[in-house]
Design a protein around this ligand. Sequence first.
Ligand code: UD1
Length: 446
Amino acid sequence: MAIEGGLPLRGEAEIHGAKNAVLPVLSAALLCPRSVIRNCPMLSDVRAACRILERLGCSVTSGEESLSVDASCARGCGVPASLAGEMRSSIIFLGALLARFGKAQIALPGGCRLGPRPIDLHISGLRRMGARIIEQEDGLICSADKGLKGADISLAYPSVGATENLLIAASLAKGETILRGAAQEPEIDGLIDFLNLAGARLCREGSMIRAEGVRELHDVDYTIIPDRIEAATYLSAAAATGGEITLKRVCTSHLASILPVFREMGCRVEDSGEKVSLSAPRRLLPVSFVSTSPYPGFPTDALAPIMAASLLANGESRFEEGVFESRYLHVEQFRDMGADVRLDGKRAYVKGKPCLYASRLHCTDLRGGAALAVAALAAQGVSLLDELQHIHRGYEDMPAMLRRLGGRVWTLSSSLVRKDISPERGERAAITGFGLAPVPRIQGVL
Ligand code: UD1
């Protein structure tokens, strides 16, 4: 992707359904005969989840912004490494497989490199529900010969994935499950709504979820909630470029910990129900301190994009990653763009600069990649961003969204990128020169 920076984003765009909401819903769809899932974002992670469903014998058909899953003929209970390795959320099929078939064989999950991503809470919770789980080097072999039974489970940490796995399993377990210390993200409520619409009996009161197991679920028609992280990313891009944008089809209450940070940066933010507008000042103010934590805290997934905006603030911003061990893989590339960022363990200190410079950039992970795109939009010249497969996992057609908001963004064939921008010629010089030439002249621009 080529991004010509330095132009304020302006305009309106509609936010897609949430990646982190649709993935658990797709695994829960294994428990329903037929599911219609609306407002479904078209993402590579969604396609990977669909491939797992198909492997398990489901039929998946896509319509306009929707997916229909027919799980009535599902039979297999194995998720091989070739499919599980494609995304972290493959582990959420574990609870659904055990609930539906009483057995599961699942390879260990893939996903972003954010430091160690243990699944001990998933495993111990399912064991309390009667599952027998053998941990092997490359996967899990699980069985619950007599079916899963309700249990009183306390999570030592409000893991989103473990909460999802356990409440999917609890929907069809015998008796009552009480899940204490559960995650409270909006995507958890989305999953609860999906399962309840299908006939489950789940109720969340703060960090406690009660589930009364039912014998079976029925057909369901459900609409995925808006993606709060996608919204935070485009708001960051507008803030970074001194822009003025309106995002529609958002749920502003889900952005409650995020919008105050943009206000602190001097942006005017108006939110009402399903719409949020942001108007950025000529130069952003720094962020005093943002620390990520489970919902309703500031989301770890929004840290990198908002940090990208702070690279241009007038003063020092301070950030702390409180959920994952490593979420700063992209920071070195911020520095290549002229940013001043100092890392100290989980903390990052950003001394804002008046401008950034275009660079050759490589996505390191999903949100880090999105943050590099935000920085590139604010930088002088044309940046080239590759390894876009990370971005495709979680953003539906980011180039089109940015163009809709007035961004000058092109998708390029990878062969063209390699041929025309050679490091030997001096990367920055080449790319800046490229920025001065009108981009559409280049062959292969899609
Ligand atoms: C989900 C989101 C991801 C987001 C994260 C935190 C999806 C598809 N992904 O990931 O985008 O960044 O929530 O909001 O919804 N942990 C354990 N043991 C476990 C499970 C987790 O120690 O068994 C730890 C993890 O190492 C991490 C923390 O808990 O430090 C949060 O992980 P978790 O909430 O499980 O994140 P995911 O569900 O993987």
